[in-house]
Design a protein around this ligand. Structure first.
Ligand SMILES: O=c1ccn([C@@H]2O[C@H](COP(=O)(O)O)[C@@H](O)[C@H]2O)c(=O)[nH]1
Length: 279
């Protein structure tokens, strides 16, 4: 029986550190690596990154869009990325940002979280734009299989606050949407030890929001590196919750390839920096 994701996440961060590499095969990066923008180029790129970083990272985060761009053969590459990263000991957080009415959420959840699916990962990112309740099938499937979820709360992009900073009416608590998502996650995680399995996505780039990050669950902080987020930002934004954060960076690491040692060293450096500030 697989241990719950929150337990596996806490153990992985304690063992391998708080840095996550996003495995995002951008067309521009394929070109920088001297690879063709084809499924063969995609495969070479993605598997080189897996070999270089998955043995050291606590978490890797492939972004599904860059694989879907190549149709079914690209998705087959994604399946290999997931399987080989897990075999190398990394947790795989598949960045798909799915979310729909409940019955469709059920199918998405089975596609990404049921271990019998070829695309099954340890956790996925999901979008609560259809209402947090529409995500309950993901919660149930995640509970059944010991998987994790990361719900978009306060994303790293500058356009996010238009929606995430909007205030709900009194029937729904009169709080910002981001704060409402964090409250739902706090309720789901309860007092589970060492950590619940239901996490939030909060950008490493956001400015003082007054949000309460004590959700007793994992937090993904994308926007580290290329988008400007630093280890100091992780401490500034999350305070006491900083130890539950995995900071994610894609392009800033991938640009160092195809030199595997350079990408591996970037992981060690980022982990050291986060450890020295957060403990
Ligand atoms: O708020 C969010 C949520 C997800 N992302 C994703 O993370 C990476 C960021 O890539 P970089 O190259 O490090 O900027 C990418 O896959 C995004 O889709 C995010 O940036 N912000």
């Amino acid at each position: 029986m697989t241990a719950p994701f929150g337990e596996r996440f806490a153990a992985a961060l304690a063992k391998r550190g708080q840095f996550c590499v996003g495995i995002d095969p951008h067309a521009g990066l394929l070109q920088e690596w001297d690879l063709d923008d084809t499924v063969e180029g995609l495969e070479r790129f993605a598997l080189t990154v897996v070999d270089a970083v998955a043995p050291y990272c606590s978490v890797v985060k492939p972004q599904s869009a860059f694989y879907e761009r190549f149709g079914s053969r690209g998705v087959a590459v994604l399946e290999r990325v997931i399987a080989e990263s897990r075999a190398a000991g990394a947790l795989v957080l598949l960045d798909v940002k799915r979310g729909d009415i409940g019955s469709t959420s059920q199918a998405y959840a089975e596609a990404y979280l049921d271990p019998s699916s070829p695309l099954a990962a340890d956790a996925v990112t999901i979008s609560p734009y259809l209402g947090f309740g529409s995500l309950m099938p993901f919660v149930e499937v995640a509970r059944t299989h010991g998987a994790g979820l990361f719900v978009l709360a306060a994303t790293s992009n500058k356009e996010g606050p238009e929606v995430q900073g909007a205030v709900t009416n009194d029937d729904f608590g009169g709080r910002t949407v981001a704060s409402t998502m964090l409250a739902h996650l706090r309720d789901l995680n309860g007092a589970v030890r060492p950590l619940g399995s239901f996490g939030a996505v909060v950008g490493a780039t956001i400015e003082g929001t007054g949000l309460d990050f004590a959700i007793n669950g994992p937090i993904l902080a994308p926007g580290y590196g290329e988008q400007g987020g630093t280890a100091a930002d992780i401490l500034r934004i999350f305070g006491d919750a900083a130890r539950q954060v995995v900071a994610s960076s894609s392009r800033a690491v991938l640009r160092l390839g195809p030199d595997a040692a350079a990408m591996g060293n970037a992981v060690h450096r980022a982990n050291d920096e986060l450890r020295s500030l957060i403990g």
